[in-house]
Design a protein. Structure first.
Length: 286
């Protein structure tokens, strides 16, 4: 029962946010692009959910998010081209930033699940129709919330040239992306030689979860870019990085890994010292 309520909540909230940012939206034929995109995001997830439930596989769950990100960007580019008969430079840059991150992370997660053979998160969930459907809808909501600033930028009927905020946003995105990719590489290399141990070197000496900090930072960069396109209630899109922070730290990332770390190394003095001296999320500067 609660899964039905949560699923309905996701649909209602995302549709309401779509309404709030729709006032300045361009059109895709006779329909506002923001509404078409909202529908596209959830249709893709439902279409992948159906065979995933039938064949009881979670192998394509993470890949579905990636497919949706790329499909959304392509739709927004197409919609913008049809409306203006050209695509502005800011939209091209934003599309490129989202696509680079998506391809990198989705392929990394997909190959990891294929290598391991399963994703333990879904061992029980995939057996239950409502819970598994909710997981896919939640993934769709995650895509939608991450893309909120991008949606505003690329459905805006106003063309804006590069300015200080847009340049600053791009720089912040680059910092976040580099942080995430370097952290993932350092952990991968560490685990090859130190299986069963915790990493505390490199970026992991500055934060216990630098890869998640990098992800939060790059989406914050896109939110900064979107500020130039906002007015009135559209400033609601700035909740996007807040949502991502809460999701990463309280729902499906940091909190789970902290519990796992405590179970594995909680009795080790070195691990307790590491926790004491290293911030959980935001890196220490000195």
């Amino acid at each position: 029962m609660k899964e039905n309520i949560y699923s309905l909540f996701i649909i209602i909230i995302s549709l309401f946010l779509t309404y709030l940012i729709s006032s300045d939206s361009i059109f895709f034929f006779d329909y506002k692009s923001v509404y078409v995109l909202w529908l596209l995001i959830f249709i893709i997830h439902i279409l992948v959910f159906i065979p995933s439930y039938i064949y009881q596989t979670e192998h394509y769950f993470d890949l579905t998010g990636g497919i949706t990100f790329i499909s959304s960007v392509l739709f927004l580019l197409l919609s913008r081209y049809f409306y203006f008969n050209s695509i502005d430079n800011v939209s091209l840059i934003v599309s490129l930033l989202v696509s680079i991150w998506t391809i990198r992370l989705s392929s990394f997660l997909f190959l990891r699940v294929k290598k391991v053979g399963k994703d333990v998160r879904f061992t029980e969930i995939k057996k239950d129709f409502k819970r598994f459907l909710f997981a896919f809808l939640l993934s769709g909501f995650w895509v939608f919330m991450c893309l909120l600033p991008t949606i505003v930028i690329m459905t805006s009927s106003v063309l804006i040239e590069f300015n200080i905020l847009i340049i600053l946003g791009i720089i912040v995105w680059i910092i976040g992306f580099v942080f995430e990719i370097v952290a993932d590489m350092q952990k991968t290399e560490f685990n090859k030689k130190n299986k069963g141990k915790f990493i505390s070197s490199g970026l992991w000496s500055l934060s216990r979860h630098p890869n998640y900090f990098g992800e939060f930072t790059l989406w914050t960069g896109l939110a900064i870019i979107s500020i130039s396109f906002l007015n009135g209630v559209m400033y609601v899109v700035l909740i996007s990085p807040i949502f991502i922070y809460l999701l990463l730290t309280k729902v499906s990332g940091v909190n789970l890994l902290e519990d796992i770390g405590e179970d594995r190394w909680g009795s080790e003095k070195e691990y307790q010292d590491y926790k004491k001296n290293t911030p959980v999320f935001f890196p220490k500067l000195f």
